[in-house]
Ligand binder design. Structure first.
Ligand code: ADP
Ligand code: MG
Length: 704
C-alpha cells in the first residue's frame, strides 16, 4: 500500500463505500489522510445527564430507551423523539423535526454519544436537545477497538454518504500506524524557523489528538498540526503565484522608452492636474514599462479615483513608442464609454482609435480586424470580442483590462498570446480585500490609488423601507427640478426570472407614466441592442433625460457628473461591493450627491450590510465586510471567480497564515536567486512539488 493506492483496496472499504467516499473527493489513501475533521469532541470527562444545565453545549454518552415518531398531533411535523438515559438514571429527551428517517437509526439499548445545546422542554418538563449530533457507539460495524470513539478527544468528520464519522475514525485509526512515511516537501529551513511539525506528525495529529490535547485550540483550528497544514496550503499557493511572476520576468518583453517627448505628449493630453496617488501609480507603471520583461500590474482604486486617466497616460507611452494598445472592457456599455472618453483625450494627439464589440455586424468586425492587423489603429477598445482568435494585432505593446474579476486568469493569458509579450495593466474598481488579492492576484504587482480627485464631497447615503419609497421619489423630483439628473436601479430586468422582482422595464413604465409623467425617463438594461444602449447613454449624458431607470448594467464606469441622486430598489438583493460600485455613479461632480437604498425584507445580516453602506465610504472597508458576511465564493457575485478550492485553510479565519506564507515564499524565491547555496536547491525541490501537485489541482502554474 502506498499513498496513491485507490481507496477501495483499503481494509473495510470496498467498492460501495469507495463510491461514497469519492463524493467527497476521496479517491486515494492520501486523500483520506488529508480529509480534515470539522470539529473535535472532548469525551474524556463527560458529564452525566443529571449534571447538565440548560443553555450549555454538551456531549453526553447514554443509552437509548425509547425512539419513535411523536404522537398523532405532532406527526405532521415529522417529529421524531428519542429518550436516552445514563447511570444517573436521568432522562434526556432528543427531538428532530422531519426525523422519520431516524426510525431505522435508533433502537432501544444502543449506546450513543449526543452533542448539542441543552434546553429545558417546558412541554414535558425534561431536559432536552433539539437536533443533536449523534453517534451510535454500539453496533455491528467492523469497528475494532471501541475505545477510540470514547474516553478521549475524538475527531468528528462530515459524513460521506453512509460513511459516517465513526467509520472515518475507524478507518483512520487503522490506516495511520501503517501509513508509509509522508515526505515533507516544505523546505527544511522554513520548518525549522517556524517550528512546524513534520507533515507526517501533522497528519497524524489531525486525526488522533492525543491524551493531553487542547480541545479549544483544536476547535479554533489552531493546534500545531492544523496550523502547519493551513500554512502549507497557503505556502504552495503563494509560491506557485510567485514562481509564475518570476517566470514572466524572465521572458522577453518590450522596454518602452519614457523620454521628454513622451512626457510632453502626456502633458498635452491631461485635462486635469493628476492627484498625488495618480502620479505615484503612473510612476510605478512607467517604471515597469521601461523594464525589458512584460509588466503585470494591478491598478486598484475606489470608484471615481481616476484610474482611467492613469491608464490613458500609460497608453500614450506605448503609442509614442510605436506600439498598439488594447483596452478590454467587461460590457458593451463600458466599452462604448471608454471609447468616447479616449476619443476625447486622444483626438488632440492625432491618434486614431477603434472599437470592436460582439454586437457589431460581421462586416464591421471584419473591417475593424483588418485595421487592427494593418497597424492603422494605435488604440482599440473592445469587449471579449477582442480576445477572439482571429483578432491579430500588428504590434500589440500594452493591454489594459478594466474590471479584471470578470475576465479571469485564462483570458489574461489569451491576451498575452496576442502580442509577443505585451505589458498588461489590470484595473479594478472593486476594492479587493488583501486576502483575496493575495490569492487571486498574487502574481501581479499592485498599485493603489487611495485618494480621490479634489473637490469631491462624500455621498450622503440613506436607507428607506419599501413602504416609504414615495419619499425617495419626491426627493428625486426636487433634485431634478433644480437641474440635476437621477438613476433608479433595479436588481433584475426580466420578471420571469423571479416573480417577486419588479422588472426595471415595468417600473420604467410606472415611473414615466404615473410618478413622473412630466419628466423624461429613460430605460437601460442588458438585453437592449448595443446601439440602443449607446443611444440612451448618450441622451442621459447630454442631459436629454432627467431620470435613467436601469439594471446593474450601469454598475461600472458610467460617468455623468450632473447625476446627483441614485435610488436603489430592493437593495438587499445586491452585494455590498456591488452597491458601493453603483453608488459611485453619483458624486462625480462638485455638487452634493445622494444615494437612497430602498429595501423590502431585511434580516439581521441584511440590516448590518445596509448599515455598513450608510456609515462608510471606504471601499476597502466595505469589501472586507462583504467578504465577512457573504464568504469568498459569493464575494464577486459569481462562482467562476477563479478562487482556489482550499482544503485546510480558510481565507477569513486564517489571514495571518496567508501573510506568513506569502512572506516565506517570497523569502525563498529571493534567497534562491542569489545563485548556488542550499536555498536554491530547496526552491528547485519545492518548485517541482508545486508543478506536480498544485498545477494539477488549481492550474496555477503554467506548464513548462
Ligand atoms: P475610475 O475609473 O477610477 O472609477 P475615472 O477614471 O472614471 O475613475 O474618473 C472619475 C472622474 O474623475 C472622471 O470624470 C474623471 O475625468 C475625473 N478625474 C480623474 N482624475 C482627475 C483629477 N486628477 N482631477 C480631477 N478630476 C479627475
Ligand atoms: Mg473606471
Amino acid at each position: 500500500m502506498d499513498l496513491s493506492t485507490p481507496i477501495k483496496y483499503l481494509k473495510g472499504v470496498g467498492p460501495a463505500r469507495a463510491a461514497q467516499l469519492e463524493t467527497k473527493g476521496i479517491f486515494t489513501v492520501e486523500d483520506l489522510l488529508l480529509y480534515p475533521p470539522f470539529r473535535y469532541e472532548d469525551r474524556r470527562n463527560l458529564k452525566s445527564i443529571s449534571q447538565l444545565a440548560p443553555g450549555e453545549m454538551a456531549t453526553v454518552i447514554a443509552e437509548v430507551r425509547t425512539a419513535r415518531a411523536a404522537g398523532f398531533r405532532k406527526k405532521n411535523l415529522g417529529l421524531f423523539e428519542m429518550v436516552a438515559s445514563d447511570d444517573s438514571r436521568s432522562r434526556l429527551l432528543c427531538k428532530w423535526f422531519h426525523g422519520a428517517y431516524l426510525e431505522s437509526v435508533f433502537s432501544p439499548g444502543q449506546r450513543v454519544a449526543l452533542y448539542g445545546k441543552v434546553e429545558f422542554d417546558s412541554y414535558s418538563g425534561e431536559l432536552s436537545m433539539l437536533h443533536p449530533e449523534y453517534e451510535i457507539l454500539s453496533g455491528d460495524e467492523d469497528e475494532g477497538d471501541s475505545t477510540i470513539h470514547t474516553g478521549g478527544v475524538v475527531a468528528i468528520y462530515e459524513a460521506a454518504g453512509r460513511v459516517n464519522t465513526r467509520m472515518f475514525r475507524t478507518l483512520l485509526h487503522r490506516l495511520l500506524p501503517e501509513t508509509p512515511a509522508l515526505t515533507d516537501f516544505l523546505p527544511a529551513s522554513i520548518l525549522h524557523r517556524l517550528e512546524l511539525p513534520s507533515r507526517g506528525e501533522a497528519v497524524a495529529g489531525l486525526h488522533i489528538a492525543g491524551g493531553d490535547a487542547d480541545v479549544r485550540l483544536l476547535n479554533a483550528f489552531r493546534a500545531p498540526a492544523q496550523t502547519r497544514l493551513i500554512f502549507e496550503e497557503f505556502f504552495w499557493l503563494e509560491l506557485g503565484l510567485l514562481l509564475r511572476r518570476a517566470e514572466a520576468r524572465k521572458s522577453d518583453g518590450i522596454a518602452f522608452e519614457l523620454n521628454d517627448r513622451v512626457r510632453e505628449r502626456i502633458k498635452t493630453m491631461l485635462p486635469f492636474k493628476p492627484t498625488g496617488a495618480q502620479k505615484r501609480s503612473l510612476g510605478e507603471i512607467a517604471q515597469d514599462m521601461a523594464q525589458p520583461y512584460p509588466m503585470q500590474r494591478l491598478l486598484q482604486g475606489d470608484v471615481g479615483s481616476g484610474k482611467t486617466l492613469v491608464a490613458a497616460q500609460a497608453a500614450v507611452i506605448a503609442i509614442e513608442n510605436g506600439y498598439q494598445v488594447a483596452l478590454l472592457a467587461p460590457t458593451e456599455i463600458l466599452a462604448a464609454q471608454h471609447f468616447l472618453y479616449f476619443k476625447n483625450l486622444f483626438t488632440p494627439l492625432g491618434y486614431q482609435i477603434g472599437q470592436l464589440t460582439g454586437s457589431m455586424t460581421a462586416r464591421e468586425k471584419a473591417q475593424m480586424k483588418k485595421l487592427i492587423a494593418g497597424n492603422y489603429l494605435p488604440l482599440v477598445v473592445g469587449t471579449h470580442a477582442l480576445l477572439e482568435e482571429d483578432v491579430d494585432f500588428a504590434k500589440l505593446g500594452l493591454a489594459i483590462v478594466d474590471e479584471q474579476h470578470r475576465f479571469g486568469v485564462l483570458q489574461r493569458l489569451s491576451l498575452r498570446r496576442k502580442g509577443a509579450a505585451p505589458d498588461i495593466l489590470v484595473m479594478t474598481a472593486t476594492p479587493i480585500p488583501r486576502t483575496l488579492a493575495l490569492t487571486l492576484y498574487g502574481d501581479l504587482d499592485t498599485s493603489v490609488i487611495d485618494e480621490l480627485p479634489p473637490g469631491r464631497r462624500p455621498i450622503i447615503t440613506k436607507h428607506l423601507p419599501d413602504s416609504q419609497v414615495e419619499q425617495a421619489y419626491s426627493f428625486l423630483r426636487r433634485e431634478v427640478d433644480s437641474g440635476r439628473q437621477a438613476y433608479v436601479v433595479y436588481p433584475l430586468i426580466d420578471e420571469s426570472e423571479t416573480a417577486s422582482m419588479k422588472a426595471a422595464s415595468k417600473m420604467h413604465e410606472h415611473l414615466s407614466k404615473i410618478v413622473f409623467p412630466d419628466l423624461r425617463v429613460g430605460l437601460l438594461h442588458g438585453k437592449m441592442s448595443a446601439d440602443d444602449k449607446e443611444g440612451v447613454m448618450r441622451q442621459f449624458k447630454a442631459g436629454e433625460l432627467n431620470i435613467l431607470v436601469s439594471t446593474t448594467v450601469i454598475e461600472v464606469g458610467v460617468d455623468v457628473p450632473n447625476a446627483t441622486v441614485m435610488v436603489v430598489e430592493q437593495a438587499e438583493r445586491f452585494g455590498l461591493a456591488q452597491l458601493h460600485q453603483l453608488r459611485g455613479r453619483v458624486g462625480r461632480g462638485a455638487a452634493q450627491s445622494y444615494c437612497i437604498l430602498v429595501t423590502e425584507k431585511l434580516n439581521e445580516i441584511g440590516r448590518e450590510r445596509i448599515r455598513t453602506l450608510v456609515d462608510s465610504h471606504d471601499g476597502f472597508k466595505i469589501a472586507e465586510m462583504d467578504l465577512k458576511l457573504r464568504g469568498p465564493g459569493e464575494f464577486f457575485g459569481t462562482r467562476q471567480s477563479g478562487m482556489p478550492g482550499l482544503r485546510f485553510a480558510n481565507l477569513l479565519r486564517d489571514q495571518e497564515f496567508l501573510e506568513q506564507a506569502r512572506t516565506e515564499a517570497q523569502r525563498l524565491v529571493d534567497e534562491a536567486s542569489v545563485a548556488g547555496g542550499p536555498p536554491a536547491d530547496e526552491l528547485v525541490r519545492a518548485a517541482a512539488w508545486v508543478r506536480e501537485n498544485w498545477q494539477k489541482r488549481y492550474g496555477l502554474v503554467e506548464a513548462g
